[in-house]
Design a protein around this ligand. Structure first.
Ligand SMILES: [Fe+2]
Length: 269
């Protein structure tokens, strides 16, 4: 299992470079939307490690074709130069009846399947790449439809799932969706996310995918229990941290992941 860290803003560049140099991470995942003003070759030269590309704001289920075509053209330049380990995007709603939502909303899986399938086919074709699509940290009962939705989508479109293990734990805590329901999805993919989560400030309290604290015991137990399902050749697990970014805290969590999965072949023991 390759273990990586997300790189979202320029301010953490030195931290990511140091983690790579010290062997704490094997790759880093760029939130590519934030770096589309940086020439691809500069990004390539900034990192001595391999790179994954995570797309946040294509909003490919909602955006118009001209916007997406122009974004795809730009992204293909980065794909050509960076030769990423994978490219991922989000399956979520960013707007409702024309209004931008403050938080991304979960899809209405049964009713949106055909639209999503069509869009995934189209977006993969524009990017010229297999896409890995991330599962949502469900809050409401509709989350129970997610595992079968992803299984069907993978079969019909050839897309992969960027399976976020802690998002699945959030869904379990919020709406009781069993972690074992995801086993087929975990078996089908090689790219994973993991992060800390926190309780919402507002009532009723729900568990939110906040990337601001250490990994929970529930998440670590999930990874340990299904280790053999997660771990496979060329598999990647990105540790996401966007708040309270302290070197020692991040290293501590990365080492917990190493303790479960070990070092990739050829890495230091
Ligand atoms: Fe994630």
């Amino acid at each position: 299992m390759l273990i990586g860290l997300n790189f979202t803003l320029g301010g953490t560049l030195e931290l990511v470079q140091r983690l790579a140099k010290e062997g704490e991470i094997d790759y880093c995942e760029l939130l590519i939307d934030n770096f589309l003003q940086v020439p691809p070759s500069e990004l390539r030269d900034a990192f001595a490690c391999p790179i994954g590309l995570h797309i946040m704001f294509s909003k490919f289920l909602e955006s118009d074709a001209a916007y997406l075509e122009s974004m795809a053209e730009r992204l293909r330049e980065y794909i050509d130069v960076l030769k990423p380990l994978y490219i991922s995007d989000h399956l979520a709603r960013f707007t409702h009846k024309g209004r931008t939502l403050y938080h991304l909303a979960e899809l209405d899986y049964p009713n949106e399947y055909h639209h999503v399938r069509q869009r995934v086919d189209w977006w993969q074709e524009k990017l010229g790449q297999r896409l890995y699509l991330e599962n949502y940290p469900s809050i409401m009962d509709g989350g129970h439809d997610a595992p079968e939705f992803f299984e069907r989508l993978v079969q019909d479109t050839g897309a992969g799932v960027l399976f976020d293990a802690s998002n699945a734990v959030c869904a379990q805590l919020n709406c009781g969706l069993g972690l074992d329901r995801w086993l087929n999805v975990i078996d089908s993919t090689t790219h994973f996310h993991v992060a800390g989560y926190s309780l919402s400030i507002l009532e009723p309290k729900v568990v939110l995918d906040t990337h601001d604290v250490e990994l929970s015991p529930e998440t670590l137990a999930f990874l340990t229990r299904y280790k053999d399902h997660f771990d496979k050749p060329n598999a990647t697990m990105t540790y996401e941290r966007d708040e309270n970014i302290e070197y020692d805290d991040i290293v501590s969590d990365l080492r917990k992941l190493r303790a479960i999965f070990g070092h990739p072949k050829g890495g230091t023991q």
